[in-house]
Design a protein around this ligand. Structure first.
Ligand SMILES: NC(=O)c1ccc[n+]([C@@H]2O[C@H](COP(=O)([O-])OP(=O)(O)OC[C@H]3O[C@@H](n4cnc5c(N)ncnc54)[C@H](OP(=O)(O)O)[C@@H]3O)[C@@H](O)[C@H]2O)c1
Length: 353
């Protein structure tokens, strides 16, 4: 089977380098080019490395970064994986889709567009149908987004509980890693030994994106889920992995055993199609009193290609009719590049590319 040519946009950034990690030896996709701004033109990947916990292939480290060139990308690539800033991503991704490229993006600019899905393959695979309604794009071009990194991590547990027991309200507090702010991100003097209880736009994004993701796509329109989401977001001095505290009000009152079973048995289309980057078990439940933790659980997920793609949940409790738990996921893998790669694998399985 010949591989599909793909471009990586923002290849010098936190998300872009996770794309390179996930795609350097991918069974379906071949990296055609690594693109960033003019500032990075001609540098080798080895000179601009940001990811420290992955050993890249020598030939990958030797590849040159090029200035982003929409006409070259649209001529040579069926897919662009995007990890560029939102203000630039809006027009760039539209232009690529108009030129016939399938865009899988981490940027926020198109997430709330009326015909663009925020796709999490386990949770809302039917939302991929909206791509066929993106009439402004030609020659097979389209845009598929994934959610912001804090919404992605809890989307699967919330979907599992919503399907089984009906969600009424969800109160969320986040403890978000520094890599979520991109590179170089939060100044070190603000971050070290500190917690910053503000991440611009994050709470609003969580409240709107979760409702879109957990809603339905019928007759050419997204119908938003009806449960309430209230979020407080904070940045903590952790490198990778967002921890989130959840207090949940549900229609039904399952026992904790029933709740745990619904989480650990949750599966979706990525597992059915056995997609290369799909975790065998998308939600892992831990029983230790002090888990999940970023240092132990950010890289959860099997097989090896799906490391960092599972969500870990722990400290399941019931109190005054509410359910309490912590959830944790890797923000630049499951919540970033890995999510987009899984979206593209699902799109291929469904014959869209
Ligand atoms: N970090 C996360 O956990 C996370 C999670 C989900 C979504 N996202 C979203 O993903 C996107 C990338 O985030 P990030 O954290 O990877 O940011 P980042 O580390 O700041 O990387 C930004 C990338 O964009 C490139 N870029 C900037 N200006 C450009 C231009 N004019 N032309 C071409 N390329 C340009 C940069 O290249 P140069 O090095 O050449 O400047 C760099 O490669 C953002 O939209 C972000 O909101 C991030």
């Amino acid at each position: 089977m010949s591989k599909i040519n793909v471009a990586i946009l923002g290849a010098t950034g936190m998300i872009g380098q996770r794309f390179v990690q996930m795609l350097e030896d991918h069974p379906y996709f071949e990296i055609e080019g690594l693109y960033a701004s003019e500032r990075s033109n001609g540098k080798r990947l080895s000179e601009v490395l940001k990811v420290r916990d992955h050993v890249y292939l020598d030939e990958t480290l030797d590849r040159e970064i090029e200035t982003m060139d929409i006409s070259k990308i649209s001529k040579n690539c069926r897919i662009a994986f995007s990890g560029i800033p939102s203000d630039l991503a809006g027009p760039t991704e539209t232009e690529l889709a108009q030129a016939g490229v399938g865009v899988f993006t981490n940027a926020g600019s198109h997430r709330m567009d009326a015909d663009v899905p925020i796709l999490i393959p386990e949770v809302n695979p039917a939302h991929l149908d909206s791509v066929k309604d993106q009439k402004t794009f030609a020659n097979g071009g389209f845009i598929v987004t994934n959610a912001n990194c804090s919404s992605t991590g809890i989307a699967a547990p919330l979907a599992a509980m919503n399907d089984a027991f009906g969600l009424k309200q969800v109160f969320i507090s986040t403890y978000q890693a520094l890599s979520g702010a991109g590179y170089p991100g939060v100044p070190s003097l603000d971050a070290v030994g500190n917690v910053v209880p503000f991440i611009k736009g994050e709470e609003e994004k969580m409240e709107s994106e979760l409702a879109k993701m957990l809603g339905t796509y019928d007759n050419g329109a997204f119908n938003f889920a009806g449960f309430k989401v209230m979020a407080n977001c904070a940045r903590v001095p952790v490198i990778d992995g967002h921890l989130e505290s959840l207090v949940i009000d549900m229609e039904a009152q399952p026992t904790l055993e029933e709740l745990e079973r619904c989480l650990v048995e949750y599966r979706g289309e990525p597992q059915k199609y056995n997609l290369p980057s799909a975790p065998e078990q998308p939600i892992i439940v831990r029983h230790e009193d002090n888990r999940p933790q970023p240092v132990f659980d950010a890289m959860a997920g099997k097989p090896a290609r799906a490391k960092g793609m599972a969500v870990t949940v722990g400290r399941l409790r019931q109190s005054n009719g509410y359910y309490k738990m912590f959830a944790m996921s890797h923000n630049t893998l499951r919540g970033g590049a890995g999510g987009s790669v899984l979206n593209a694998e699902l799109a291929k399985a469904k014959g869209l590319i």
